[in-house]
Design a protein around this ligand. Sequence first.
Ligand code: GAP
Length: 511
Amino acid sequence: MTREELFKKIISHAKEYGFIFPSSEIYDGLAAVYDYGQLGSLLKNNIRDYWWQSMVQLHENIVGIDSAIFMHPTIWKASGHVDAFNDILIDNKDSKKRYRADMLIEEHLAKIEDKINKEVEKATKRFGEKFDRKMFISTNPRVVEYKNKYDTVKTRFANALNNNDLKDLKNIIEEEKIVCPVSGTRNWTDVRQFNLMFCVQMGSVTDDTETIFLRPETAQGIFVNFLNVYKTGRMKIPFGIAQTGKAFRNEIVARQFIFRMREFEQMEMQYFVKPGEEMKWFEYWKTTRKKWHLSLGIPEQKYRFHDHEKLSHYANAATDIEFEFPFGFKELEGIHSRTDFDLKQHQKYSGKKLQFFDAETNESYVPYVIETSIGLDRMFLAIISYAYNEEKLDDGTERIVFHIPHILAPIKIAVLPLVKRDGMPEKAREIMGNLIYDFMCQYDEKDTIGRRYRRQDAIGTPYCITIDQQTFEDNTVTIRERDTMKQERISISKISEIVKDKLNFKNNLGM
Ligand code: GAP
């Protein structure tokens, strides 16, 4: 199966089982906006809770807030978003399609990288065990040529981005003969800037209205509450403020399902530190966030760090945690050293002092900030992309299984009477009546037990409890685990304890 085929299957699986629907579907949908269905919203809540617990519950110096989406418009002037939160776009005059110029060049670079990888792959097969990869890359004429080209374009691209040199970005596109994927032509417009913030009118009378922005990141809601939280929470540096919530960006190229949306949710944490200590905390948060990802049991090779070539207007260091999505490695989370830029800007624009008083040194200062910022929807996509599997079983049959990490699974236990008679449904409901206080459960009595197991595999339910004749004799049930498909006979009184132990937050996150 190709990567594209796999991605299409994941999208249709997510829809078929009630995880994600296109927004406003009966009206033909709304571009780059999605709704989470009955199982999707459960999974999304579980991801959010897992993040919140790891940040707020496990760190006594991190507190959580929930700031409003509507904020004073000057905030976005101060933060630099009004002037600098732009995408660089280019249109193809023949297809009339609009692209992000930086993405066209990045995709071109990825193609050159693919060519190098293919040559290496071919040579590995040809030379077998004797193959010296390093030597091959540095001496094979074709690979050397590709590599030189890659390095030259990459350096020029990074410089053009850093210098905001829109002309050179266009030159790169023309000189590298990058074509429009739709028309196949090179008939490009100039490269232009486009601000990504949505505006709305606030107020009831037309003359009274004020134009405000829908927040493009949740972080500013944290910065403008720095003083409130520091004072009322009696916080001491270093300390963090976390929040989750909706953000909005008028993305030009909103593609790849829920990877790039116009309305999405972020989980952000700003960690306020003493100036000069930011690099130590930057490293700390890189390590801590990577551990959080790995705690979910997803293999390490699915993740990689990618340092930014172009730093945002506020950062002095930045890295992405990238994930291998079905369409390749892409940004999942950003870790940014934001300096004192935001607090200083808000100090300047609001006229209020946003400083921390250090009682030990008798000094006041504007703290530096390390930010961790992850898209909840993107994390959702990472989870389901990893989880989707089509497996051939020993008996020759196939199953589709969603290997969602147990702790995040939308339904934790399916309660299944073996047959729809002999008092089994009643017994099953009695057992479920006790379990629902601790776990999200689903009752199912329709179809054969085998089909019901498959349905639960497909939505990622880690445990199925089956009630059969023996249940009435010795108060036991079978418990089936999703990944191994192993079944065990256990006492009814032990179900809760056994499942709780497997879904234990500490077992996952005990860092
Ligand atoms: N406060 C910093 C900030 O917003 P960012 O790199 O622009 O940084 C952080 O965004 C994270 O938000 C990204 O790593 C990504 O997971 C998520 N994100 C950004 N734009 C998104 C979009 N259009 N759709 C879905 N998720 C998005």
